[in-house]
Write a protein that binds this ligand. Structure first.
Ligand SMILES: C[S@@+](CC[C@H](N)C(=O)[O-])C[C@H]1O[C@@H](n2cnc3c(N)ncnc32)[C@H](O)[C@@H]1O
Length: 428
């Protein structure tokens, strides 16, 4: 807290380093902005302080007060770590547009060089020869206390971290850019869009969750093994013919139809002969689901699970749905030591406190009792909140599961750990 207060003070906006435009030029800017909009973007830091574009922002504010809206609004948000970095950026941006003193210009060139820009590129941006830039920087480095000595014994400007720059193209994006740039701690040589910045932030957060999940997974070693990632990759190491039951609940939508073929193929490999695949499927794409699973496994039966909750209305088919199919397949030959059971199961009602698509735990326990024995291995490649895993460990089965969503995996691990502890206590 103290640190962030300190940083904020460090970052307090400096005065505009460039003089105000003469009144006449300012009026010309205003009238051009009124007609064609903002031609040169305004640059702000992550706190909304203007780095470049004080005059444009002032003209925009005046025009808006006069009732005009500005076309082509574009803001560049740069993440700066100090007031000095902000000033350098301001100079840098102004290089081509302002008449600068030699000292200011050299400072900007040094900053550009420190970011790894070749002499020729700096020269091209400044409209001078490469040798001019080189000469000026050598002279500058001799007296710059921050300069470092290279292997060749010459003095060079220090390498500095470039500011992260995000480009926003509307007032709404401007807010999003400032919000997301605070979450990012990475280097980028080029400006990035708000969408790209948000994607990087999401990926980083997901990577952090994966790391947390990785640490949590070891806790259950032996009785349950829960992994995070796509089932095709993270379950690849399960030995062939080593699993007794796959009890699962994949996503049902049209976009997820590819899953069924892959699930059927993988289950056919790791199920023992006579092992079962028991799966929820939804009704809408049942034809495709059956086709995909039948390509790899033997169809056994369909069990109707009748819900106790409100009926679901399926608009496109004009159906009030009151039951859900649970499909039973096996890896041949059919294991007839399976106990007699009914093909209709009355559920105890919806349980949705942990996951949007959560199934009831007693339902999972019902199928595990029928289609496996204590000590068997049960797999669920789509664990969600861990319903199958919790029921499996309570019933003394070994469990392997995964989910692509790290948030779901965290919930599942905690839930299965709790079920395992309760089971141990009840056995003791
Ligand atoms: C219908 S939900 C399962 C809910 C679970 N039965 C429960 O009771 O909580 C399906 C799950 O599959 C996961 N998923 C989707 N695609 C996946 C993939 N390719 N690999 C692993 N998991 C995936 C989703 O993140 C989601 O949690």
């Amino acid at each position: 807290m103290q640190n962030s207060e300190h940083n904020k003070q460090d970052m307090k906006p400096e005065e505009n380093p460039f003089p105000d435009l003469p009144a006449e030029t300012f009026e010309a800017l205003k009238s051009s902005m009124k007609e064609i909009g903002l031609l040169v973007p305004i640059v702000k830091d992550q706190h909304g302080h203007i780095i470049d574009g004080h005059q444009r922002e002032r003209a925009k504010a005046e025009l808006e007060t006069e009732g005009h809206s500005i076309k082509n609004y574009q803001v560049i948000v740069a993440k700066v770590e100090s007031g000095e970095q902000r000033s350098l950026l301001a100079y840098d941006i102004n290089l081509l547009r302002r008449h600068l003193t030699k000292e200011q210009r050299n400072k900007i060139w040094a900053a550009m060089r420190a970011r790894g820009m070749p002499f020729e590129q700096i020269a091209a941006a400044s409209g001078v020869a490469g040798s001019t830039v080189q000469r000026a920087l050598r002279a500058n480095a001799k007296t710059d206390p921050e300069a470092v000595t290279g292997k060749d014994g010459k003095r060079y400007p220090p390498r500095k971290r470039p500011a992260l720059v995000v480009v926003a193209t509307s007032a709404k994006e401007d807010e999003r850019a400032r919000e997301v740039i605070e979450k990012l701690d990475c280097e980028r040589d080029h400006p990035i869009t708000v969408k790209r910045a948000e994607r990087i932030a999401r990926d980083n957060a997901s990577q952090r969750r994966r790391e947390e999940v990785g640490e949590m997974c070891t806790a259950l070693a032996g009785r349950a093994d829960i992994r995070c990632g796509d089932f095709q990759g993270v379950l690849a190491d399960i030995d062939d013919a080593s699993v007794d039951l796959v009890l699962t609940d994949p996503p049902y939508g049209a976009k997820a139809l590819w899953i069924w073929d892959s699930l059927g193929a993988r289950a056919a490999e790791f199920l023992k002969p006579g092992g079962f695949l028991v799966t929820y499927s939804g009704q809408f794409h049942l034809d495709n689901v059956m086709k995909s699973l039948c390509a790899h496994l033997e169809y056994v039966w369909t069990i109707a699970v009748v819900g106790q909750g409100p009926k679901t209305s399926v608009q496109r088919r004009k159906v009030f749905s009151r039951w859900k199919p649970v499909l039973v397949f096996c890896k041949a030959p059919f294991n007839d030591s399976v106990p007699w059971h009914e093909d209709l199961y009355r559920g105890s009602g919806p349980e949705k406190n942990l996951h949007e698509w959560q199934q009831a735990e007693e339902e999972a326990a019902h199928f595990i009792r029928i289609f496996s024995n204590p000590g068997d291995t049960v797999v669920d490649p789509f664990v969600g909140s861990g319903t199958t895993g919790a029921a499996a460990v309570r019933l003394g089965r070994r469990f392997i599961g995964c989910d692509i969503d790290p948030a779901a995996v965290k919930i599942a691990i905690k839930r299965i750990e709790k079920a395992d502890e309760e089971n141990e206590k009840s056995v003791a």
